[in-house]
Design a protein around this ligand. Structure first.
Ligand SMILES: Nc1nc2c(ncn2[C@@H]2O[C@H](COP(=O)(O)OP(=O)(O)OP(=O)(O)O)[C@@H](O)[C@H]2O)c(=O)[nH]1
Ligand SMILES: [Mg+2]
Length: 310
């Protein structure tokens, strides 16, 4: 929060934008049961920009499989380290999903924050959530992502206690944290269930009406089309995941031709599974539709890729 004095003197009171180096490893598609494939650094750069950081460098590598401890091979990791120092970056973002141990190892070597694409998308969702439902949904996804990573926070205590007793102080604290997180997850699930069941009445009142739903890659122009066809005035912005909630309006062409139109959250390739799971109520609106309208940005560099993501 800036003080009045700061504003008068014309200082920017906003936090300076983070400087990020992005990294991606291209793997054979078949790696780890279909989890591999090409990294998409241009898309990752768009995500980083939406999250509020500047991309100051990038590192890419082709490998048959990731290095278990650091994902990148030794040489490329040294390049990355040098790039971080040269550009004075304070963040490294990986296109590939990192295990908790890989994230920790990379942070120790690079001495800056290291996050992966999943964490970045969760962060964007968290900053764009504007309703109670989407805020709860994002928090649920974030806690589920965090749960297996809690050890990363406490491992220094566990190491101290190693070999002495079966329960070091770190381990006890870890169990307390896990219990608290699990308790919160249960509470969030039940609150989301309440919201979903209060919607059932709304859904019933729409029975028998033809339902259409706008779907497509994020930032394709779904909300713009929604606003053009209805008086919904939903939020439109040139950024990824501007829309996180479903909005439904009636469209009447004439007496006999009327239908419901729903605008909802956009898609991206490899949408983190915790997000898909916790946004299932929002995505339900799409499943209930009689017709899906797939919005595609024809001017994008690779419309085919965006179509396949949906
Ligand atoms: N040039 C051009 N720009 C458009 C068109 N439709 C939308 N835009 C712009 O594209 C950007 C994204 O539009 P949105 O309608 O927010 O896209 P969306 O699909 O709802 O995106 P998310 O909700 O973020 O997934 C905005 O800056 C729009 O002004 C179009 O037909 N032509
Ligand atoms: Mg939108």
């Amino acid at each position: 929060m800036g003080t009045r004095r700061d504003e008068e003197q014309g200082y920017s009171t906003e936090r300076p934008r983070d400087k990020a180096v992005i990294a991606g490893v291209n793997l054979p598609i078949a790696w780890s049961g279909g989890m591999g494939g090409e990294a998409d650094l241009p898309e990752l750069a768009r995500l980083v920009d939406t999250a509020g950081a500047d991309v100051v460098g990038e590192v890419e590598q082709n490998r048959h499989r990731p290095v278990p401890s650091t994902y990148l091979g030794k040489g490329r990791l040294e390049d990355l380290q040098e790039l971080v120092e040269q550009t004075d970056a304070n963040l490294v973002v990986f296109d590939n999903d990192l295990s908790p141990a890989q994230g920790k190892n990379l942070e120790n070597i690079l001495e800056v924050n290291v996050i992966d694409r999943t964490e970045l998308i969760l962060d964007i969702f968290a900053s764009h959530a504007s309703t109670r439902q989407s805020s709860l949904q994002v928090e649920l996804a974030q806690l589920q992502y965090m749960l297996p990573r809690l050890t990363r926070l406490w491992s220094h205590l566990e190491r101290q206690a190693g070999g002495i007793g079966t329960r070091g102080p770190g381990e006890t604290q870890l169990e307390t944290d896990r219990r608290l997180v699990n308790k919160r997850i249960t509470a969030l699930r039940s609150q989301l269930k309440d919201i979903a069941s209060s919607r059932i009445t709304q859904v019933r009142s729409r029975e028998g009406v033809f339902k259409t739903s706008l779907i497509g890659y994020t930032n394709a122009g779904k909300s713009t089309l929604m606003n053009g066809l209805t008086d919904a005035k939903v939020y439109v912005k040139d950024q990824l995941f501007a829309t996180l909630d479903a909005t439904t309006r009636k469209v009447e062409l004439d007496e006999r031709r009327r239908f419901l139109l729903t605008d909802t959250v956009g898609f991206i390739r490899r949408l983190p599974h915790h997000l898909v799971e916790s946004f299932k109520a929002t995505l339900q609106e799409v499943q209930d539709a009689d017709l899906m309208i797939h919005v595609v940005e024809a001017s994008s560099e690779d419309p085919e890729h965006q179509i396949r993501s949906v």
